[in-house]
Design a protein around this ligand. Structure first.
Ligand code: PPS
Length: 286
Protein backbone atom coordinates (compact mmCIF):
# COMPACT_ATOMS: atom_id res chain seq x y z
CA UNK A 1 0.00 0.00 0.00
CA UNK A 2 3.03 2.24 0.19
CA UNK A 3 4.44 2.04 -3.31
CA UNK A 4 3.98 5.77 -3.92
CA UNK A 5 5.35 6.94 -0.57
CA UNK A 6 8.42 8.17 1.27
CA UNK A 7 8.96 7.71 4.97
CA UNK A 8 9.61 10.72 7.19
CA UNK A 9 10.47 9.87 10.81
CA UNK A 10 8.64 6.57 10.30
CA UNK A 11 5.47 8.11 8.83
CA UNK A 12 4.66 7.17 5.21
CA UNK A 13 3.71 10.21 3.14
CA UNK A 14 2.58 10.56 -0.51
CA UNK A 15 5.71 10.94 -2.63
CA UNK A 16 3.95 12.19 -5.74
CA UNK A 17 2.60 15.33 -4.12
CA UNK A 18 4.89 16.00 -1.11
CA UNK A 19 8.61 15.84 -0.38
CA UNK A 20 10.80 15.32 2.71
CA UNK A 21 12.36 18.82 2.57
CA UNK A 22 8.96 20.48 2.86
CA UNK A 23 7.89 18.22 5.72
CA UNK A 24 11.15 19.01 7.49
CA UNK A 25 10.63 22.75 6.93
CA UNK A 26 7.05 22.55 8.20
CA UNK A 27 8.05 20.74 11.38
CA UNK A 28 11.11 22.82 12.20
CA UNK A 29 10.92 26.24 10.60
CA UNK A 30 7.32 27.04 9.61
CA UNK A 31 6.11 30.04 11.59
CA UNK A 32 2.67 29.51 13.09
CA UNK A 33 0.82 32.78 13.84
CA UNK A 34 -1.39 33.31 16.88
CA UNK A 35 -4.50 33.85 14.78
CA UNK A 36 -4.04 30.79 12.55
CA UNK A 37 -6.85 28.21 12.62
CA UNK A 38 -5.90 24.66 11.64
CA UNK A 39 -8.16 21.89 10.39
CA UNK A 40 -6.39 18.66 11.31
CA UNK A 41 -7.58 15.18 10.40
CA UNK A 42 -6.50 11.69 9.54
CA UNK A 43 -7.37 11.31 5.81
CA UNK A 44 -10.99 10.75 4.81
CA UNK A 45 -12.34 11.94 8.16
CA UNK A 46 -14.21 15.01 6.91
CA UNK A 47 -11.35 17.46 6.29
CA UNK A 48 -12.98 19.23 3.37
CA UNK A 49 -16.32 19.40 5.13
CA UNK A 50 -14.63 21.19 8.03
CA UNK A 51 -12.76 23.51 5.64
CA UNK A 52 -16.06 24.47 4.02
CA UNK A 53 -17.66 25.07 7.43
CA UNK A 54 -14.75 27.23 8.57
CA UNK A 55 -14.65 29.16 5.28
CA UNK A 56 -18.33 29.98 5.72
CA UNK A 57 -17.90 30.94 9.37
CA UNK A 58 -14.95 33.16 8.34
CA UNK A 59 -17.31 34.95 5.93
CA UNK A 60 -20.24 35.26 8.39
CA UNK A 61 -22.23 32.76 6.32
CA UNK A 62 -21.68 34.53 2.97
CA UNK A 63 -20.99 31.77 0.39
CA UNK A 64 -19.27 34.04 -2.20
CA UNK A 65 -15.72 33.06 -1.13
CA UNK A 66 -16.60 29.34 -1.17
CA UNK A 67 -18.12 29.71 -4.62
CA UNK A 68 -15.24 31.64 -6.16
CA UNK A 69 -12.01 30.24 -4.66
CA UNK A 70 -10.95 26.56 -4.72
CA UNK A 71 -11.09 24.88 -1.35
CA UNK A 72 -7.34 24.15 -1.35
CA UNK A 73 -6.60 27.88 -1.75
CA UNK A 74 -8.95 28.92 1.02
CA UNK A 75 -7.25 26.57 3.48
CA UNK A 76 -3.89 25.49 2.01
CA UNK A 77 -2.41 22.11 2.94
CA UNK A 78 0.48 22.60 5.30
CA UNK A 79 2.45 19.64 3.97
CA UNK A 80 2.17 20.68 0.33
CA UNK A 81 5.12 22.60 -1.19
CA UNK A 82 2.74 24.88 -3.16
CA UNK A 83 0.74 25.67 -0.07
CA UNK A 84 3.68 27.22 1.71
CA UNK A 85 3.88 29.82 -1.04
CA UNK A 86 0.14 30.46 -0.78
CA UNK A 87 0.37 30.77 3.00
CA UNK A 88 3.06 33.44 2.71
CA UNK A 89 0.65 35.69 0.84
CA UNK A 90 -2.51 34.62 2.71
CA UNK A 91 -4.16 37.46 4.55
CA UNK A 92 -4.33 36.72 8.31
CA UNK A 93 -6.20 35.21 10.02
CA UNK A 94 -5.17 32.15 7.99
CA UNK A 95 -7.05 28.88 7.58
CA UNK A 96 -4.65 25.94 7.19
CA UNK A 97 -5.29 22.21 6.72
CA UNK A 98 -3.16 19.23 7.61
CA UNK A 99 -3.19 15.47 7.96
CA UNK A 100 0.07 15.45 9.90
CA UNK A 101 0.37 13.37 13.05
CA UNK A 102 1.06 15.47 16.09
CA UNK A 103 4.78 14.70 16.24
CA UNK A 104 5.35 16.20 12.77
CA UNK A 105 3.31 19.37 13.42
CA UNK A 106 5.19 22.70 13.42
CA UNK A 107 7.22 23.19 16.58
CA UNK A 108 6.20 26.87 16.57
CA UNK A 109 2.59 25.81 17.22
CA UNK A 110 3.44 24.89 20.80
CA UNK A 111 4.31 28.40 21.90
CA UNK A 112 1.42 29.98 20.00
CA UNK A 113 -2.26 30.71 20.55
CA UNK A 114 -3.16 29.25 17.14
CA UNK A 115 -6.26 27.05 17.20
CA UNK A 116 -6.60 23.46 16.08
CA UNK A 117 -9.89 21.82 15.16
CA UNK A 118 -9.41 18.06 15.00
CA UNK A 119 -12.12 16.08 13.19
CA UNK A 120 -12.27 12.31 13.53
CA UNK A 121 -14.52 9.67 12.00
CA UNK A 122 -15.49 6.06 12.58
CA UNK A 123 -12.39 4.28 11.24
CA UNK A 124 -14.51 1.66 9.49
CA UNK A 125 -16.30 4.34 7.44
CA UNK A 126 -13.03 6.15 6.84
CA UNK A 127 -11.52 2.94 5.52
CA UNK A 128 -14.39 2.46 3.08
CA UNK A 129 -14.01 6.08 1.96
CA UNK A 130 -10.26 5.55 1.48
CA UNK A 131 -10.87 2.33 -0.42
CA UNK A 132 -13.04 4.12 -2.98
CA UNK A 133 -10.82 7.19 -3.10
CA UNK A 134 -7.80 4.98 -3.92
CA UNK A 135 -9.47 4.09 -7.20
CA UNK A 136 -9.54 7.70 -8.39
CA UNK A 137 -6.51 9.27 -6.70
CA UNK A 138 -3.48 8.57 -8.82
CA UNK A 139 -1.08 9.34 -5.95
CA UNK A 140 -2.47 6.39 -3.96
CA UNK A 141 -1.81 2.74 -4.59
CA UNK A 142 -5.07 1.00 -5.38
CA UNK A 143 -5.59 -2.00 -3.11
CA UNK A 144 -6.66 -5.26 -4.68
CA UNK A 145 -9.47 -5.58 -2.17
CA UNK A 146 -10.92 -4.04 0.96
CA UNK A 147 -9.37 -7.00 2.80
CA UNK A 148 -5.89 -5.97 1.66
CA UNK A 149 -6.45 -2.34 2.67
CA UNK A 150 -7.89 -3.41 6.02
CA UNK A 151 -4.79 -5.45 6.82
CA UNK A 152 -2.49 -2.56 5.89
CA UNK A 153 -4.62 -0.07 7.86
CA UNK A 154 -4.53 -2.14 11.03
CA UNK A 155 -0.74 -2.39 10.70
CA UNK A 156 -0.41 1.37 10.11
CA UNK A 157 1.09 0.60 6.71
CA UNK A 158 -0.87 3.31 4.92
CA UNK A 159 -0.21 6.96 4.17
CA UNK A 160 0.02 9.07 7.34
CA UNK A 161 0.63 5.93 9.37
CA UNK A 162 -1.49 4.45 12.12
CA UNK A 163 -4.97 5.88 12.61
CA UNK A 164 -4.81 4.73 16.23
CA UNK A 165 -1.64 6.71 16.91
CA UNK A 166 -2.91 9.76 15.01
CA UNK A 167 -6.13 9.98 16.98
CA UNK A 168 -4.54 9.19 20.34
CA UNK A 169 -1.76 11.71 19.70
CA UNK A 170 -4.10 14.57 18.87
CA UNK A 171 -6.74 13.75 21.48
CA UNK A 172 -4.01 14.08 24.05
CA UNK A 173 -4.53 17.85 23.62
CA UNK A 174 -8.09 17.72 24.94
CA UNK A 175 -8.60 20.25 27.68
CA UNK A 176 -6.30 22.86 26.11
CA UNK A 177 -7.91 26.18 25.35
CA UNK A 178 -6.71 26.24 21.75
CA UNK A 179 -7.80 22.68 20.87
CA UNK A 180 -11.27 21.55 19.80
CA UNK A 181 -12.26 18.13 18.58
CA UNK A 182 -15.44 16.90 16.96
CA UNK A 183 -16.53 13.79 15.12
CA UNK A 184 -17.86 13.46 11.59
CA UNK A 185 -20.80 11.68 13.21
CA UNK A 186 -21.62 14.71 15.40
CA UNK A 187 -21.55 16.94 12.32
CA UNK A 188 -24.00 14.56 10.65
CA UNK A 189 -26.23 14.29 13.70
CA UNK A 190 -26.53 18.02 14.37
CA UNK A 191 -24.74 20.31 11.94
CA UNK A 192 -26.28 23.50 13.26
CA UNK A 193 -25.43 22.70 16.88
CA UNK A 194 -21.92 21.65 15.83
CA UNK A 195 -21.38 24.89 13.89
CA UNK A 196 -22.52 26.80 16.97
CA UNK A 197 -19.94 24.98 19.11
CA UNK A 198 -17.20 25.63 16.54
CA UNK A 199 -18.13 29.33 16.47
CA UNK A 200 -17.91 29.54 20.26
CA UNK A 201 -14.48 27.90 20.18
CA UNK A 202 -13.31 30.38 17.54
CA UNK A 203 -14.86 33.35 19.30
CA UNK A 204 -17.10 34.08 16.31
CA UNK A 205 -20.55 35.47 16.90
CA UNK A 206 -22.85 34.61 13.99
CA UNK A 207 -26.47 35.70 13.59
CA UNK A 208 -29.16 33.04 13.20
CA UNK A 209 -29.34 33.80 9.47
CA UNK A 210 -25.56 33.45 9.11
CA UNK A 211 -25.62 30.14 10.98
CA UNK A 212 -28.41 28.88 8.74
CA UNK A 213 -26.38 29.85 5.69
CA UNK A 214 -23.32 27.96 6.97
CA UNK A 215 -25.47 24.86 7.46
CA UNK A 216 -27.09 25.17 4.05
CA UNK A 217 -23.90 25.86 2.10
CA UNK A 218 -21.84 23.19 3.88
CA UNK A 219 -24.37 20.46 3.16
CA UNK A 220 -23.22 17.46 1.15
CA UNK A 221 -25.40 18.47 -1.78
CA UNK A 222 -24.25 22.11 -1.79
CA UNK A 223 -20.61 21.02 -1.71
CA UNK A 224 -21.19 18.43 -4.40
CA UNK A 225 -22.72 21.11 -6.63
CA UNK A 226 -19.90 23.60 -5.94
CA UNK A 227 -16.98 23.22 -8.41
CA UNK A 228 -14.78 25.06 -5.87
CA UNK A 229 -15.42 22.35 -3.29
CA UNK A 230 -16.07 19.14 -5.24
CA UNK A 231 -12.53 18.70 -6.64
CA UNK A 232 -13.76 18.74 -10.24
CA UNK A 233 -11.09 21.41 -10.92
CA UNK A 234 -8.24 18.98 -10.18
CA UNK A 235 -6.54 17.66 -13.33
CA UNK A 236 -7.28 14.08 -14.38
CA UNK A 237 -3.67 13.00 -13.78
CA UNK A 238 -4.20 13.63 -10.04
CA UNK A 239 -7.84 12.61 -9.71
CA UNK A 240 -9.49 10.44 -12.33
CA UNK A 241 -13.06 11.68 -12.15
CA UNK A 242 -14.25 9.03 -14.59
CA UNK A 243 -13.81 6.52 -11.74
CA UNK A 244 -15.91 8.24 -9.09
CA UNK A 245 -16.52 11.41 -7.08
CA UNK A 246 -14.48 12.96 -4.30
CA UNK A 247 -17.74 13.69 -2.51
CA UNK A 248 -18.81 10.08 -2.81
CA UNK A 249 -21.66 9.28 -0.42
CA UNK A 250 -21.23 11.39 2.69
CA UNK A 251 -23.02 9.10 5.14
CA UNK A 252 -22.47 7.42 8.49
CA UNK A 253 -22.35 3.62 8.60
CA UNK A 254 -21.49 2.79 4.99
CA UNK A 255 -19.05 0.21 6.38
CA UNK A 256 -22.04 -2.07 6.95
CA UNK A 257 -22.44 -2.30 3.17
CA UNK A 258 -18.79 -3.28 2.69
CA UNK A 259 -17.42 -5.24 5.67
CA UNK A 260 -18.01 -8.96 6.05
CA UNK A 261 -18.80 -10.21 9.56
CA UNK A 262 -15.26 -11.63 9.77
CA UNK A 263 -13.71 -8.31 8.73
CA UNK A 264 -15.80 -6.42 11.25
CA UNK A 265 -14.76 -8.82 14.02
CA UNK A 266 -11.10 -8.57 13.03
CA UNK A 267 -11.34 -4.81 13.07
CA UNK A 268 -13.17 -4.85 16.40
CA UNK A 269 -10.47 -6.93 18.07
CA UNK A 270 -7.67 -4.63 16.90
CA UNK A 271 -9.73 -1.57 17.83
CA UNK A 272 -10.41 -2.80 21.36
CA UNK A 273 -6.79 -3.65 21.90
CA UNK A 274 -5.50 -0.30 20.69
CA UNK A 275 -8.22 2.05 21.94
CA UNK A 276 -9.18 0.62 25.31
CA UNK A 277 -7.79 3.63 27.17
CA UNK A 278 -10.20 5.85 25.20
CA UNK A 279 -13.19 3.48 25.45
CA UNK A 280 -16.50 5.35 25.38
CA UNK A 281 -14.97 8.50 23.87
CA UNK A 282 -16.39 8.10 20.39
CA UNK A 283 -19.99 8.12 19.09
CA UNK A 284 -19.45 4.74 17.40
CA UNK A 285 -18.45 3.15 20.73
CA UNK A 286 -22.06 3.30 21.92
S1 PPS B 1 -9.31 13.88 2.25
O1 PPS B 1 -9.00 13.36 0.88
O2 PPS B 1 -8.59 13.11 3.27
O3 PPS B 1 -9.07 15.31 2.36
O4 PPS B 1 -10.87 13.58 2.43
P1 PPS B 1 -11.81 14.20 3.56
O5 PPS B 1 -12.32 15.51 3.10
O6 PPS B 1 -11.15 14.12 4.88
O7 PPS B 1 -13.00 13.13 3.59
C1 PPS B 1 -13.80 12.86 2.46
C2 PPS B 1 -15.09 12.26 2.98
O8 PPS B 1 -15.90 13.29 3.58
C3 PPS B 1 -17.17 13.31 2.92
N1 PPS B 1 -17.74 14.67 2.91
C4 PPS B 1 -18.93 14.97 3.44
N2 PPS B 1 -19.82 14.22 4.11
C5 PPS B 1 -20.98 14.83 4.50
N3 PPS B 1 -21.25 16.12 4.27
C6 PPS B 1 -20.39 16.91 3.60
N4 PPS B 1 -20.70 18.19 3.38
C7 PPS B 1 -19.15 16.34 3.17
N5 PPS B 1 -18.07 16.81 2.51
C8 PPS B 1 -17.22 15.79 2.36
C9 PPS B 1 -16.84 12.82 1.52
O9 PPS B 1 -17.99 12.47 0.82
C10 PPS B 1 -15.93 11.65 1.86
O10 PPS B 1 -16.62 10.56 2.46
P2 PPS B 1 -17.26 9.34 1.64
O11 PPS B 1 -17.69 8.35 2.71
O12 PPS B 1 -16.20 8.77 0.75
O13 PPS B 1 -18.43 9.90 0.90
Amino acid sequence: MLRHSFSYKGIPLPAEIYDPETIDFVGNRFQVLDDDAFTVTYPKSGTNWMIEILSLIWQQGDPSWCRSVPIWDRSPWLESPNALEKLKSAKPPRLISSHLPIQLFPKSFWGSKAKVIYTFRNPKDLLVSLYHFSKLANFLEEPESLEELLGAFLQGEVLYGSWFDHVKGWLGLRGRENFFCISYEELQEDLRGSVGRICRFLGKDLSDAALASVVQNASFQAMRDNPMANYSLLPGNILDKTKGSFLRKGVVGDWKNHFTVAQSERFGRAYQERMQDLAGTFPWDE
